[in-house]
Design a binder for this molecule. Structure first.
Ligand code: ADP
Ligand code: MG
Ligand code: ZN
Length: 665
């Protein structure tokens, strides 16, 4: 596909040639301007002395050079001697006159009157005096000293300007967007990648199906007046296949794929970033329908106004603005989708995420056991595997591995087989490859230990059971021990968030649920970990709101202790300074009591369901993610009266002996 490109390289080359030509002519002119060098160099005194002895034959005054050239002879010229000495004369010192004969040159830079005297002295000595005004040399001097430098400067500025616009990569467009085509020359062709090349990211693929639908038929959206997906942000840790999925989206839709790194937008020269964005979008528009993929978009779309030490924030702001302007400019029929990828969604400028811009967000998590197994299978196709290879087992052993890590594992294993001269990949190759990838330089971070994983599973299972036990079973949508964003694991609670009102008992349930992760950890491990910082913060805020904002504590009464909403911007400390020190103390005590009480309650509830808790932990460790019907089935017993759950024979006791735990599956 031919993409129109500005004709800058040609212009740049022309300017460069012109610059060389200008320098060459300047050099030529300067050489031409140099005064003659033949003949012996005499001083003015010597010349005057020679003239007094009538030994100067010819004297040519070169006006431009400020030199007199000519011949002198060994014997005086014939002719009348000088009788009448002029009133003013240059003093002649006979001892100064050189012997012999030859050609001479004399630099004279005297005043006009001295020159006149020199001419007079020479003429009286019988010399043939000539004056050469050198008009051509005068013109050349003017050219070389005034015009040429001006031209060279102008040319230089023009060239620098073009280079800057083109990306500062030196002559010949080394790093400009023109190189998009250069990355294989086919970079704008629809990629050959399909969704079938992506495994274990079904949610993301499903969400991107709409993008494909739009790109294959933009007019249908236009006809219906439906707003198309303009901007899609892919969130996910490195190596989870964001780039792969973006390429596959273009491949599925059969549209050109433009790819650029966010950092490429932000260059050190002012205004260049914005110019590049404009440039790029012009090219994408010409190729529409198309996908523009901006990798690591956080480099260009960092939150504005967040001071950064590099001082380049101004430039970035312009770039970001230009990006937003371009995206805003798309209409339904334009058939352009901008996709961005980042692993730091938290630092993105909120302006980027507003409706009509990057308003579709697709999260790509690290794959769970099932996903890993499918990714391994995908990358193993075409590689002959020995019978003992169990990819499921490899998948189970590699929690925390991303798609890129797994692709690496399969490749390393194949390399090991090749090194051994074998025709098949064995299980030992794969296990060795896992170790290599684990210790390899590409892997950032580290794997969790088995103990850490069990603790995280316990924490999350605690949250889920408490939510179910307090009557919010349907709200629990998903439990996962796969790291998501900052969190180590997660429990996804739905529905409650949409509620308009909360009763006191609902808030109490929330409080207990927030603390239940920590409660579960303390219950099964005997001590807490740092994994519940965020939970504690949330619980404390909730309890404080309950008391000071909603007036729901019996001890402090139905009083609003917090400053009105309008004053809250003054900050937390100011928000409470209307109340007395005593009330403040009581408030603190009450918050603490509520939190402690909720924690006790969570512990009691979990203790009564200890077998369920351990069962859930084991299931979580095996599957990593639980959701849907299976999760509902597993959690259902949590809503029952705890008595039948205490285990056979133990009766209704909240504290079954630790040995009473069912064996791990
Ligand atoms: P990211 O852009 O998120 O850092 P990439 O798309 O560059 O990750 O992934 C690098 C490579 O890892 C891909 O080219 C592919 O071979 C492999 N890979 C990553 N995720 C997957 C996946 N879900 N399915 C198949 N292969 C994957
Ligand atoms: Mg990438
Ligand atoms: Zn938690």
């Amino acid at each position: 596909m031919a993409i129109p490109r500005p004709a800058r390289p040609g212009l740049r080359f022309g300017l460069f040639v012109l610059l060389v030509a200008l320098f060459a002519s300047l050099g030529g002119a300067l050489a031409y301007l140099a005064p003659p060098t033949e003949g012996r160099e005499l001083s003015v005194d010597e010349l005057v002395a020679l003239a007094a002895e009538r030994r100067v034959e010819v004297a040519t005054f070169l006006d431009e050079d400020g030199q007199v050239t000519g011949r002198w002879r060994a014997t005086p010229l014939p002719g009348p001697g000088s009788e009448a000495q002029p009133f003013f004369a240059l003093p002649a010192d006979p001892a100064a006159a050189p012997d012999g004969e030859g050609t001479y040159r004399v630099a004279y830079a005297g005043s006009d009157s001295t020159n006149a005297l020199l001419v007079q002295a020479l003429a009286q000595g019988g010399a043939r005096v000539e004056i050469d005004p050198q008009p051509i040399k005068g013109a050349v001097r003017l050219l070389a000293t005034v015009l040429l430098p001006l031209l060279i400067l102008a040319n230089l500025f023009g060239l620098l300007f073009l280079l800057a616009r083109g990306g500062g990569g030196g002559l010949g467009e080394i790093r400009s967007f023109g190189t998009l085509g250069e990355r294989g020359g086919t970079a704008v062709e629809p990629p050959a990648v399909r969704f079938t090349d992506v495994a274990g990211a079904d949610e993301a693929v499903a969400e991107l199906a709409e993008v494909v639908a739009y790109l294959t038929d933009p007019d249908r959206y236009a006809a219906l007046g439906a707003s198309p997906p303009k901007g899609v942000l892919l969130f996910g840790p490195p190596g989870t296949g964001k780039t792969l999925i973006a390429r596959a989206t273009a491949g599925e839709a059969g549209v050109p794929f433009f790819s650029v790194a966010g950092a490429e937008f932000v260059e050190s020269l002012v205004g260049v970033g914005a110019a590049r964005v404009r440039d790029l979008f012009a090219r994408v528009r010409a190729a529409a329908p198309a996908i523009l993929f901006i990798d690591e978009i956080d480099a260009a779309g960092r939150r504005r106004g967040s001071g950064d030490a590099s001082g380049g924030s101004d430039e970035r702001e312009q770039t970001l603005n230009q990006l937003l302007v371009e995206i805003d400019g798309f209409d339904v029929a334009s058939g352009i989708v901008v996709m961005g990828a980042t692993n730091r969604p938290d630092i993105l400028d909120p302006a980027l995420l507003r409706p009509g811009r990057f308003d579709r967000h697709v999260t790509i998590d690290q794959p769970d056991a099932n996903g890993r197994s499918r990714i391994l299978t995908l990358h193993a196709t075409g590689k002959p595997l020995a019978d003992d290879v169990d990819l499921e087992m490899v998948a189970r052993r590699t929690p925390g591995f991303t798609g890129a890590d797994l692709a690496n594992v399969v490749n390393e294993a194949a390399l090991l087989a090749v090194r051994d001269g074998r025709a098949q990949v064995r299980m030992t190759d794969l296990t060795e490859a896992v170790q290599r990838v684990l210790s390899g330089p590409q892997r950032r971070g580290r794997l969790l230990t088995e103990g850490e994983r069990r603790r995280i599973a316990t924490h999350e299972a605690g949250h889920a059971i408490l939510a179910a036990a307090t009557g919010h079973l349907e709200a629990v949508q998903r439990i996962s021990v796969v790291a998501r964003g900052r969190g180590l694991g997660s429990v996804q609670l739905g529905s409650d968030r949409d509620a308009v009102l909360f009763t006191r008992s609902q808030l109490a349930d929330q409080l207990a649920t927030a603390l239940s992760g920590r409660a579960a950890e303390e219950l099964l491990f005997g001590e807490p970990s740092t994994g519940s910082d965020a939970d504690l913060e949330h619980a404390t805020d909730l309890a404080r709101d309950l008391v000071a904002r909603h007036g729901m504590s019996e001890r402090l009464g139905r009083v609003r202790l917090m400053a009105p909403e309008s004053d809250l911007f003054l900050g937390g400390a100011a928000a409470l300074n209307r109340i007395s020190a005593l009330t403040h103390q009581q408030l603190d005590a009450e918050v603490r009591r509520l939190v402690e009480e909720a924690f006790e309650r969570a512990t009691t509830i979990l203790e009564a369901r200890r077998p369920l808790l351990t069962r859930l932990v084991d299931q979580l460790l095996a599957d990593e993610t639980l959701e849907g019907a299976e999760l509902g089935r597993l959690l259902a017993p949590a809503t029952d009266d705890p008595a039948p759950l205490s285990g056979p024979g133990s009766g209704r006791g909240p504290r079954p002996s630790p040995q009473g735990q069912p064996a791990a599956r």
